[in-house]
Design a protein around this ligand. Structure first.
Ligand code: MN
Length: 231
């Protein structure tokens, strides 16, 4: 049976060494570093909570290249959030923390771009965050590096973001409130994870605004840098 309109193209992210990772869903963890939770006015360890971005919010940036995003409509306060992104290679539900690593295909550096003014308004009104988090081009992501066979889930390494060469965010994956393995376990109780799912695992402190022309350089130890310019 033929399609009545053209089917959406497959969204894909390049993988170091060749090949492309097809994106199914994008899950994001909120407030997963204590210092960032404090800067957002929250404190204490709460159960992880999740929101989503559409798969086609991805802007895939190849290694050694610079990507571009358009400054989005409806905001005067576009924020950067540098995050470790986990790429799921093997699906499952009710995954145990001890088994979580084997569901991981690999990792990348991502940016959870956020219309912070709209997010603040939606929080105040008790409304969904979609317009603040799930807009077009809100998920730039760098090249994925495959997990080494039998390696445990990534749990340490510097995570930083600079804008026009000036340091803005700095943290370490050790500071994750919910580890990568714990996040996978929690998520898989709420949704059946599928190959192709991406998980944005939260951002360290130092989030802030960007303007047109800004050059964002996002870094996590051991992963390809993510370079993005706001147009
Ligand atoms: Mn985030």
């Amino acid at each position: 049976m033929s399609f009545v309109i053209p089917p959406a193209p497959i969204v894909a992210v390049p993988v170091r060494g060749g090949g492309r990772f097809p994106v199914h869903r994008i899950y994001c963890v909120g407030r997963n570093y204590a210092e960032h939770a404090r800067e957002m006015g929250e404190s204490g360890r709460e159960a992880p909570f999740f929101f989503m971005k559409p798969a086609d919010a991805v802007v895939a940036v190849g290694e050694g290249q610079s990507g571009e995003i358009a400054y989005p409509s409806l905001t005067q306060n576009l924020h950067h959030e540098v995050e470790l992104v986990v790429a799921i290679g093997q699906g499952g539900r009710d995954i145990d923390v001890a088994d979580a690593a084997q569901h991981i295909f690999g990792y990348a550096v991502g940016l959870d771009m956020t219309r912070r003014d709209l997010q603040a308004q939606m929080k105040k009104d008790g409304r969904p965050w979609s317009i603040a988090k799930g807009f077009d081009q809100s998920a730039p992501i760098g090249t994925i590096v495959a997990r080494a066979p039998a390696a445990p889930a990534l749990s340490a390494g510097a995570i930083t973001l600079a804008v026009n060469g000036q340091p803005r965010q700095r943290g370490d994956l050790r500071e994750l409130i919910w580890s990568v393995a714990e996040t996978i376990a929690h998520l898989s109780r709420a949704w059946t994870l599928q190959p192709g799912d991406l998980i944005f695992t939260g951002t360290p402190a130092g989030v802030g605004a960007v303007v047109r022309g800004d050059h964002l350089q996002a870094h996590i130890d051991g992963l390809p840098e993510l370079s993005v310019v706001v147009r």
